[in-house]
Design a protein around this ligand. Structure first.
Ligand code: ADP
Length: 203
């Protein structure tokens, strides 16, 4: 997929100035399709590999997992002007990669599904009450009550790729990770004014 995409982009760059009718448009479709397919393969690989890593013997520092998720999201955060805040998080017995993936998918979505009406603000919290409960709250577009279960299914999306890019795999990855720890994930939301995703890990 990468080869198709790279050569397509090279053609666009080299011959883009000779925009002769349909050829350029077809090339544009080819590059967009290749990019989508590349994202799909990448996300599906991530989905299948969730169960390959096991929990460590000792609890890990959740603040470090959050810091690496934020490092990976620096482009989206800068571009959107999102303000991401966090309370000190408890230790949890999870693999660092799993916790990083959870934060990265949930914060990435919180930024992607931001409201056009206000600056995006995301808050991450975590507390231990027997089990560890983490939350990621946003002030984005929100999710209707009828979709709050459905969105955790594989390939389930509420928008077209033209409205918001995506593969519909991110939340399914989150659910798969959480289930590996016999935990649960859910969302509370008000359409139009934001969502809070929670996940609970009993370690
Ligand atoms: P993707 O973002 O690739 O579509 P996800 O599995 O991450 O796939 O999310 C599934 C769907 O859930 C999204 O298409 C979107 O409609 C909805 N969604 C996820 N997170 C949020 C959020 N923070 N605010 C509003 N809608 C969301």
């Amino acid at each position: 997929m990468r080869t198709i995409k790279i050569y397509g982009e090279m053609l666009m760059l080299r011959y883009g100035d000779r925009r002769d009718g349909e050829a350029f448009e077809f090339l544009d479709h080819l590059c967009t399709g290749a990019s989508r397919m590349e994202a799909l393969v990448r996300d599906l690989l991530e989905y299948t590999q969730v169960t390959r890593i096991q929990a460590p013997a000792e609890p890990i520092d959740s603040n470090e997992a959050l810091a690496s998720a934020l490092d990976n999201l620096v482009g989206a955060i800068t571009e959107s002007g999102a303000v991401v805040t966090a309370d000190p998080l408890p230790k949890v017995r999870m693999h660092n990669t799993h916790l990083r993936q959870l934060f990265q998918n949930l914060i990435g979505n919180a930024i992607k599904y931001r409201s056009p009406e206000r600056e995006p603000a995301v808050h991450v919290d975590g507390r231990r009450e027997g089990a560890c409960v983490f939350s990621v709250r946003d002030n984005g577009i929100g999710i209707g009550p009828e979709y709050r279960e459905l969105i955790f299914g594989l390939f389930k999306r509420l928008h077209t790729s033209d409205e918001y890019s995506g593969t519909g795999i991110g939340l399914a990855i989150c659910r798969r990770i959480v289930e590996q720890y016999h935990g649960r994930i859910w969302v509370e939301s008000e359409r139009g004014s934001g969502s809070t995703f929670f996940f609970e890990i009993s370690d």
